[in-house]
Design a protein around this ligand. Structure first.
Ligand code: AMP
Length: 475
């Protein structure tokens, strides 16, 4: 019998998107694009391609390199393609919820891939079901295609705009018909989406690291509220919403989610993280012998901390990059080894040293506690913990899997109790002001809801991961 999957190995990323038009290696390039975005979702992936006559699709549960062999990609023939990496925040991890979702309309097929979370999905789904729609999945993304099917207009872009004006929430989307690739970013711009070019082909991706891998050049970001249509006539842009004065870019993309080599919201993630670390060193200085990053999430911030404080950095935590989600743990005793399976500490570095461990965030506190215990066991003289964002006190409804209030440790414990719980000599979080000062845009362009509880979209239904499933089962 298979055991439980380790909590710490649950995927921690939001979804990833890649699409390309006008390239006879479209599916191969999509595969590569997804490969470079793997950190955004490890649970499932899929690619759909078109040769101008019809769509073909392949998807599966697991990593891109496990799901796709050369044979599947060869079968995805055609010059346009979109792909998706799934990390479920809505809808469970069953294969039918893997994306792209493909639906057949009266006028042909349509594929959709979604990064983000809708916040009025329960209400919309109820309305759609009451008026006769049937759903194939429990994912909120299907609501968009069901809404599109409502409008009896042959123009796919008009149908899309009709749907977009009815959904609320965070979405970067890729859509594909047999002869068009369409990219969309919601009017708040929560999740990133960029436009690139390689030769005569245009491509769309969640992050620029995907463009780098295939040798494409960054053209620009898709703007919040913009719809980009790519077909044989070239590229066209329309606005589905009036330009907003305030946006709500997810600053946690900079703190944790995106790859450090990507340019996100106009700035290189690595540089932003180094600034976060330097600011953290100014706000919470400490007398210590070594700065130690938690790899990979804390690495760039730790470099900034070390450079600002003058304390040498050592990579004393070694990460095993080959631990996948499917690491099987048959018993509690073995589950307790979980942190060591993924990370191990270089023993000689630690004994008798005053160490500053730098990580990007504390969510539930469980991994951090176990990690610090290991440092103590190896004879660290002092353990100081520094976090490159403020304490997480509110759930995210826009696509990041922050647990409910009960599970967020900073909601349950005061600063002093948290220090005791983690067993650290000192604990320092970056301030909200310090975090916002480390990015170039001003405050009103970033969503900080998970720290301050001010949600940019009013009237949310606070959809939980399981909400649509429960509804489906009539619970
Ligand atoms: P813990 O101490 O159990 O809260 O785990 C902290 C680790 O979780 C940090 O290294 C973070 O990089 C990582 N993390 C960041 N965001 C999330 C998330 N949304 N869900 C789970 N873990 C996350």
């Amino acid at each position: 019998m298979r055991g439980n999957i380790c909590k710490n190995d649950l995927p921690k990323e939001c979804c990833g998107l890649f699409g390309i038009y006008n390239n006879f290696d479209a599916a191969w390039l999509t595969y590569l694009g997804l490969y470079s975005l793997q950190h955004r979702g490890e649970e499932a992936c899929g690619i759909v391609a078109s040769d101008g006559k019809g769509l073909s699709i392949y998807k599966g549960l697991g990593l891109v390199s496990d799901v796709f062999s050369g044979d599947e990609i060869k079968r995805l023939s055609g010059h346009l393609s979109i792909g998706h990496l799934r990390y479920s925040t809505t809808g469970s991890s069953i294969l039918k919820n893997a994306q792209p979702l493909v639906v057949d309309y009266l006028r042909g097929s349509l594929a959709i891939a979604h990064n983000g979370n809708l916040v009025n999905s329960i209400e919309l789904r109820r309305k759609l079901e009451n008026s006769g729609s049937t759903f194939q999945t429990t994912s909120d993304s299907e609501i968009i295609v069901q809404l599109m099917a409502r409008l009896r207009n042959p123009n796919v872009v008009k149908r899309l705009v009709y749907a977009l004006r009815r959904v609320k929430g965070a979405y970067s989307l890729l859509l594909m018909t047999k002869n068009k690739v369409i990219g969309v970013r919601d009017p708040h711009g929560f999740r990133p989406l960029v436009l690139g070019k390689i030769g005569k082909s245009f491509c769309l991706a969640s992050e620029t690291c995907a463009l780098d891998l295939i040798g494409a050049k960054l053209v620009r970001e898709v703007e919040p509220g913009e719809v980009v249509i790519i077909d044989r006539k070239g590229i066209k842009s329309i606005r589905a919403f009036p330009r907003q004065k305030k946006h709500a870019y997810c600053i946690f993309e900079h703190v944790y989610f995106s790859r450090p080599d990507s340019i996100v919201f106009g700035e290189t993630v690595y540089s932003v993280r180094k600034k976060l670390g330097a600011q953290l060193a100014r706000e919470h200085p400490v007398d210590a012998d070594l700065v130690i990053p938690v790899p990979d999430s804390g690495t760039s911030a730790a470099i900034g901390f070390s450079q600002e404080s003058g304390i040498p950095i050592e990579m004393a935590i070694i990460r095993n990059h080959y631990v996948g989600r499917t690491f099987i743990q048959p018993s509690q005793a073995i589950r307790d080894l979980g942190v060591r399976v993924k990370f191990n500490i270089v023993r000689d570095m630690i004994k008798g040293k005053r160490v500053v461990i730098v990580d990007d965030s504390i969510v539930r506190g469980t991994t951090s506690k176990k990690r610090i215990k290991e440092f103590r066991a190896l004879g660290a003289k002092e353990v100081h913990f520094r976090i490159s964002c403020p304490p997480h006190k509110f759930p995210c409804y826009y696509g990041i899997d922050f647990p409910n209030y009960k599970e967020l440790i900073a909601v349950r414990l005061s600063h002093e109790r948290m220090k005791k719980y983690l067993n650290v000599d000192s604990l320092g979080y970056l301030s909200l002001k310090g975090m916002l000062q480390s990015v170039s845009y001003d405050e009103c362009n970033y969503c900080t809801a998970c720290w301050v509880g001010k949600y940019p979209i009013k009237g949310r239904d606070r959809v939980r991961k399981s909400a649509l499933e429960k509804k489906c089962c009539g619970v």
